[in-house]
Write a protein that binds this ligand. Structure first.
Ligand code: GLU
Length: 312
């Protein structure tokens, strides 16, 4: 059912304010020092429709780093650069039920291949499959890809968040060494982590996410330019992962309560897609105990219920 934009425009301000109150129940991520000062009670949302309708409301002026949301796009770039066969030689297609930065299954399961590309171990391997002679070239290609999809050449890295993650990432470093030992990661650990931390530190706005989401909602086809920017099949792959693993260990709950492909990050961002209809970007830095924006999830659930967005 097509969304009634007149009604959405009228109701959204109130829905945002009602969800903002819930932010109190969450906590901002502090394990990356550069994220610790994010505004806890901020909440903003951008919704871009395929027919050209757009709305941006709430605290959308704040920039935030993509963090795990970047995993959607590094997977797309790796699929385009290295091909599906190579990618799935290195990562699986299943949810884990473990924490996003868990080491557990790398040791338990033979051959120690990450279960999917959205957990940290999987995303670190995926970063190594992006084409480029050096980490700097790979990172620049990733940034260019994001700029192209978001149609915004001013997007850059948040250097403070980047260096604070790089300097404190003992857990991700351990995962990477484990992956080398398991024969899964074939590139240098520090060089691969540089690419991974840089993709996580790309700073965006809600509107940037909505624009990128719109392209995914339209199966990789840009209606403005008539260009198939991303092969349709690769978009289908990432949308499937967004449904099964996009919201960490709350992906099942999110599928029931909201019912659309989405990917969250520890900065409090959420990228969501109403397939065939719209791209959505949300920011709300206070996280629930599953690592998802508490107010952001609440807002998306209200909207999905009100406007019948669930795919299921
Ligand atoms: N850079 C973060 C990390 O590796 C991303 C995690 C996330 O957003 O879930 O810990």
């Amino acid at each position: 059912m097509a969304t009634n934009w007149q009604q959405l425009r009228a109701e959204l301000p109130q829905l945002v304010e009602q969800s903002r109150v819930i932010a109190e129940e969450g906590e901002v991520a502090t394990y990356i020092p550069g994220l610790a000062n994010s505004p806890k009670d901020a909440l903003g949302i951008s919704i871009f429709d395929i027919k050209g309708e757009r709305i941006t409301i709430g605290d959308c002026g704040i920039g935030f780093t993509m963090q795990s949301i970047s995993k959607v796009f590094s997977l797309l770039l790796a699929l385009m650069d290295s091909g599906e066969e190579r990618v799935f030689e290195k990562v699986g297609m299943e949810p884990t039920g473990d924490d996003f930065n868990s080491m557990l299954k790398l040791e338990l399961v033979d051959p120690g291949k990450p279960f999917n590309p959205f957990i940290n171990a999987g995303a670190i391997v995926i970063a190594s499959l992006i084409a480029g002679e050096t980490p700097a070239v790979k990172s620049a290609r990733m940034l260019d890809f994001i700029r192209k999809l978001a149609k915004d050449n001013s997007i850059g890295w948040n250097e403070d968040v980047y260096s604070s993650e790089r300097d404190t990432a003992n857990r991700n470093r351990s995962l990477a060494y484990f992956l080398v030992d398991n024969g899964i990661l074939e590139e240098d650990v520090e060089e691969t982590l540089e690419v991974y931390f840089r993709q996580c530190a790309i700073q965006v706005s809600c509107a940037n996410l909505a624009q990128m989401g719109l392209l995914l909602a339209n199966n990789g086809f840009d209606t403005e330019t008539g260009e198939q920017v991303i092969p349709r099949h690769f978009v289908q792959i990432v949308k499937s992962f967004m449904v099964t693993c996009g919201m960490y260990n709350a992906s099942g709950e999110f599928a029931i309560q909201v019912g659309i492909p989405a990917k969250s990050g520890v900065s409090g961002g959420i990228l969501a897609i109403v397939p065939g209809q719209m791209g959505i970007g949300v920011v709300g830095p206070a996280l629930n105990n599953k690592g998802n924006s508490v107010a952001g999830v609440h807002l998306l659930a209200r909207l999905s219920e009100q406007y019948d967005w669930s795919m299921f």
